[in-house]
Design a protein around this ligand. Sequence first.
Ligand SMILES: Nc1nc2c(c(=O)[nH]1)N(C=O)[C@@H](CNc1ccc(C(=O)N[C@@H](CCC(=O)O)C(=O)O)cc1)CN2
Ligand SMILES: Nc1nc2c(ncn2[C@@H]2O[C@H](COP(=O)(O)OP(=O)(O)OP(=O)(O)O)[C@@H](O)[C@H]2O)c(=O)[nH]1
Ligand SMILES: [Mg+2]
Length: 433
Amino acid sequence: MDTIFALATAPGRAAIAIIRLSGPASRDLLKELCGRVLPPPRKAALRRLRAAGGATLDEAVVLWLPGPGSYTGEDSAELHLHGGAAVVAGVGEALATLGARPAEPGEFTRRAVLNGRMDLTAAEGVIDLIEAETAMQARQALALAGGGLTALCAEWAARLTGLLARQEALIEFEDEGLPGSLEAEVARATAALAAEMTDRLLADEGGERVRAGLDVAILGAPNAGKSSLLNALVGREAAIVSARAGTTRDIVEARIVLAGLPAVLADTAGLREAGDEIEAEGVRRALHRGEAADIVLAVLPCGAPPDEATLALIGRRNCLIVASKADLGGPIPPGALAVSARTGDGIAVLRARLEEEAVRLAPASGAALLARPRHRAAVRDALRWLGEAEAAPLPELRADALREALRALGRLTGRVDAEAVLDRVFAEFCIGK
Ligand SMILES: Nc1nc2c(c(=O)[nH]1)N(C=O)[C@@H](CNc1ccc(C(=O)N[C@@H](CCC(=O)O)C(=O)O)cc1)CN2
Ligand SMILES: Nc1nc2c(ncn2[C@@H]2O[C@H](COP(=O)(O)OP(=O)(O)OP(=O)(O)O)[C@@H](O)[C@H]2O)c(=O)[nH]1
Ligand SMILES: [Mg+2]
């Protein structure tokens, strides 16, 4: 097994930079770098780090973290360096010279999984925690990283194993007068487990949006005031505004937080028969973005007749009608929220409406555990097999289906077929984690 190292903190100038290393040579590497006597395990100690030639690399806080009680489960160490690029590069070179190699993205956590320190779902929680931008996302990620889904899967798997044992007893001792109620009991417990898993999928549905964030698209005719609305909502001049129709061509994105969910607001090209191919591409992208968005703001300016392209958006799922330029007066379309980017009137109300939509799309369920497509697909797979078990015409087929349901849960935690998913899961990681 190689001994790996990586910068665990963000690259660039910083007060402190942490290089972590893990693997069987960690102890020797640490001794080579900072002298014969290792600090006591898990105790921070100040040491002068020296290159092989004797040149001082840094005066650093070092941690000796012997396995198996370390993050990776292996002998590990941390070097808390002065955060300059030259110091980090120098220590990295020294470690490479001594035989360690730079870690791949996620390799520390991959080793933690392989050494049984955490399962695959907890590792995914670690990724989500690194990606989390809002407190709500962090709470959900922490529940996953802390083994919430590990525990839930263990409970489901234990019940399934019990069911399977009873089902197999039914097959084995068919002629020996097992209580007739046993078969009914297995059927009842299978249905109860399936109902519970279904409830959980439903309750955690919003979790996927909490994790991924929301996509809000602003659509409307040229000059409707879309870019002005974007700027008013984010409180800065994110997009160019001008009196000329057709100003915005590319999609302009800005980030906001809506009721704890990170959201991307996308300003788009005005919808019309385009004058040239560049604008046509802009309109195509605008419509495409509208199709994919969680929420569409259809912008109709007050005092102008509504245009067909924008009217066509209304009535689609998750479409809010915004009557822009309300300061100009004129009729407000029914059901529309009147706003003025110029005076700021109505912007707070629109924001509150968006937050309501966010809560509706991602109800705060405490901390959802089934919040990743992979997790939800695995539970649906297990449910499909439970359905097969319930419908099975023969006891043997019922046992087979229960076994498959158990395997689906095993794939979820990485206990079964881990190789198949490991690379995909760890591809999302950053280096040093
Ligand atoms: N400096 C530093 N900070 C960090 C980490 C790290 O690796 N290093 N972490 C990295 O993600 C997170 C903390 N997670 C960790 C999880 C387990 C162990 C660990 O060594 N567990 C052992 C011993 C626990 C103990 O001290 O009693 C164990 O569970 O046996 C360390 C960090 C966040 N902060
Ligand atoms: N009176 C008034 N004028 C506004 C308001 N919002 C935008 N405008 C004006 O309307 C014109 C067009 O605004 P934009 O925000 O660029 O419109 P747009 O929908 O992004 O236009 P395109 O990018 O061309 O599709 C500009 O002259 C703005 O100053 C408003 O609330 N009140
Ligand atoms: Mg614009």
